[in-house]
Design a protein around this ligand. Sequence first.
Ligand code: NAG
Ligand code: NAG
Ligand code: NAG
Ligand code: NAG
Ligand code: NAG
Ligand code: NAG
Length: 421
Amino acid sequence: MSEKSVLTHMLLFFLFSLFSSASSGASQTITAQGQNLVTGNVSVIEGETATISCRVKNNDDSVIQLLNPNRQTIYFKDVRPLKDSRFQLVNFSDNELRVSLSNVTLSDEGRYVCQLYTDPPQEAYADITVLVPPGNPIIESREDVVSEGNETEITCTAMGSKPASSITWMKGDQILQGEETVEETYDRMFTVTSQLRLTVSKEDDGVPVICIIDHPAVKDFQAQKYLEVQYKPEVKIVVEFPQGPTREGENLELTCKAKGKPQPHQINWLKVDDDVPSHAVITGSDLYIENLNKSYNGTYRCVASNLVGEAYDEYILYVYDVLATTPPPTTTTINPDAAQDSRADGGPQKIDHAVIGGVVAVVVFAMLCLLIILGRYFARHKGTYFTHEAKGAEDAADADTAIINAEGGHNNTDDKKEYYI
Ligand SMILES: *[C@@H]1O[C@H](CO)[C@@H](O)[C@H](O)[C@H]1NC(C)=O
Ligand SMILES: *[C@@H]1O[C@H](CO)[C@@H](O)[C@H](O)[C@H]1NC(C)=O
Ligand SMILES: *[C@@H]1O[C@H](CO)[C@@H](O)[C@H](O)[C@H]1NC(C)=O
Ligand SMILES: *[C@@H]1O[C@H](CO)[C@@H](O)[C@H](O)[C@H]1NC(C)=O
Ligand SMILES: *[C@@H]1O[C@H](CO)[C@@H](O)[C@H](O)[C@H]1NC(C)=O
Ligand SMILES: *[C@@H]1O[C@H](CO)[C@@H](O)[C@H](O)[C@H]1NC(C)=O
């Protein structure tokens, strides 16, 4: 078919459609009757290829064409009058006209028209929407390092997308919502910024904060940043020795374990409401006291500090008598948080005394029982002894013989038996 004849055909059909729409009244009724002609909206990412399909259900050899938003014919049947080579025929049959449009740009957006030359003519609309993905998300935090308990602010920006992106946040596996600002640029693009405010704790140190971009043109689009949190030291006093109770004359060594971020730069030992004994040796985090003396009783405190703050742990020293028979419990270290409970050591002490008392009572009782049993046993033996003696007396002719028999004891029973026989 030559181009000229196509154009003649088109002109004829155009006149025909004009005439028929005029004769049948308003062209607005077309869509209502156009159940035979079907198409669909198309979303396409900028630069990629869109496909428009005009489908006819019960075609009676009517001619089909595709128009662009300016109502220029792109395809008339399988012929392309439009010079734009980005339009290509994918399929042409009685039931379908399918056309692809490659290298889609924003200016391709609009309402495309499928037209069927029936009487009256039918139209169906395919809206092409061009999606523009945002640029790589940019994540920034106000501070590089945050102190525990402080608030920090993290922003994430998704630039130049169409439509606007939406941004969600994750801290570890927790979903968070930021404050979103949408800005439209002159070229109908959108830049979205989300601001996340966080009050950080020590546990947040090293946890990733992820900014997730939600946009129809992208998948798994995200950026992340690791939180860096500074925190004040955690302090714990460890007793190196003695292992048992702290008695007079013993040596005491305490070590102060402190960790924080940044690592504590200073560790101090002091005695609450008093001076540390003059001969105590403090080397770094160690406190060493030789030859304990009751006058050293008291609360010893280790204080560690870094630029976030300071913290301490306490150790209560009781020096016990060397002679003490029932050793009271060893002194315990306590946390400053639980400092009020420190004197409540009397509780466990009483319990221990009760237990020891109980054990002693049981032992004494057991020994008494043993004594009674032993006593009874001996008493019974004595009884048999006396019986033998009595028998000896019976057998004996006189008292002297009885005594002699008795002195023989039961060693002589055999002899006595002989007497019996
Ligand atoms: C196509 O998109 C337009 C808006 O652009 C909408 O009004 C219409 O309902 C859509 N058609 C279909 C079939 O989804
Ligand atoms: C589409 O764009 C690419 C480069 O972006 C170009 O090489 C190609 O020729 C273009 N195709 C058409 C049909 O314009
Ligand atoms: C083209 O259309 C014909 C008839 O409708 C169909 O059989 C064929 O599968 C189509 N081809 C493609 C590539 O879709
Ligand atoms: C304990 O210390 C006091 C004074 O600090 C001293 O008078 C006393 O002799 C010391 N006791 C022992 C057993 O070392
Ligand atoms: C030290 O503690 C022990 C045990 O509680 C007590 O017997 C002693 O009297 C105390 N000494 C001083 C000086 O407080
Ligand atoms: C953050 O914490 C530090 C203590 O490390 C404090 O000096 C500072 O004022 C805090 N900043 C804010 C904004 O709260």
